[in-house]
Design a protein around this ligand. Sequence first.
Ligand code: BGC
Length: 478
Amino acid sequence: MLKKITLVAVILAFAYAGAIFALDRKVDKWDWSKINTNPDTMEIKVPKGFLWGVASASFQVEGGHDVSDSWGWWETQKNSNGKPRVEGKAGVGNDEWNLYPTDIAEMKRLGLNSYRFSLSWSKIMPTADKVNEEALAHYDKMINALLEAGIEPMLTLHHFSHPTWFEEKGAFDKEENIDDFVKFSKLVFERYGDRVKLWGTFNEPAVYGYGRHIDLAFPHNFQQADFNRLGIMLKNVLIAHDKVYSELKAMPNGDKAKIGIVKSMMQMDAYNRYDLGDQIIAHYAQKLFADAFVDYFTTGKFDFTAPPVGADVVYNSPTPNKPHLDFIGLNYYSHNSFDVQYTNFDLDKWASPLVYPNEIDTGLNYGFYPEGLYRAIREISRVGKPIYITENGIGVPVSQEEIRQQHVITSLYDVSKAIKDGYDVRAFYYWSLNDNFEWEYGYSKTFGLYSVDRNSPTLERTPKPTAEIYRKLVAKSQ
Ligand code: BGC
């Protein structure tokens, strides 16, 4: 009897160890004390024509949005307990709508040669059948001002918000709505395609979809989280991306445009490497939020299936050998480290990501994990397209400016090393030039190279010490 019990225990132990071994993603860790991170002496090498920039999104910086925008509408909504859905409102933002010349001048001063920003679909098409010429003309002026300053614009067509009329129809949850987005994309491409060569269709579809369908912190009208509904939305986003890509390519200037999509490459890790529960959660998180997407652009198959959470969406591209991509945008912030709380039956807290004890807490449920950027580059390189790092930043307060400095330095070290190691990285955009509206966190998170005085009538911008470091490192690379 004892022999049998021992045998079963040994088999179980082997099975457990085998499962851990199979799932383990091996969290890369570098010894930064052995790496030269002195901004004066470290080497930064990038290829000729490399784009150095900053990135932003319309709703976060422009100001002047109202309920005709899905996030503007969201700001007016209340929970079942009568409390506002979101704490802070974007309001005037950074008034970039009017102050863009000031911001462009600062980009120039920093030695940058590209700016990634998004167009406000709700300002351009406040209703389904109306085109607002004033909004179109505004972006004309802004694009021209950038070009005059020698700064190449990269336009994002969808960055987390869209018109309320589109939201009311069910947005990207419904395949029949895709044509509205295609129509908008064609309208703006016709207008700006002669001057703008870099286009991103969607910003971080999985992050947006997670906020909408699972976390329920982003605009929605649902009662509960639903992974399958998220999978359907992501499939529609991929179909929309492919359609926009082929339609724009067929338009005048289409042959000169580079069109891509932007993917968040947050790494998904187990908090405790030897805990099978943590490994399983990390495995599915990685599969649904990164692999499904990267595989789609590699093999043509989008596999959003995860039986434990009821996700069962598979989509096969009609053109599997021809991914509709000229570049892949990579956004990197950190990793999520999942820790299963076996005794906590509150589903929201059951597998919350934690910050590893040896990492600095960024205040956003993830730690400071600089080597993850290299890891993200390595993973996304699977798509076999030029990589544009379209966002990278850290939202710590000014009192932790040293961490922001370390962040910029280590990120650029990663980029330079990745290029040296043969990865085709062609751009780096810092998130963001100025502190700005951080979605559900309002103005409490500060990612900017510049702080913005919200009490001053001119929304005075002041460079933080990290701005100077970024300027110095960019200059070094030339
Ligand atoms: C988004 C930005 C956001 C940033 C910092 C990214 O996921 O694209 O809109 O401000 O992260 O949290």
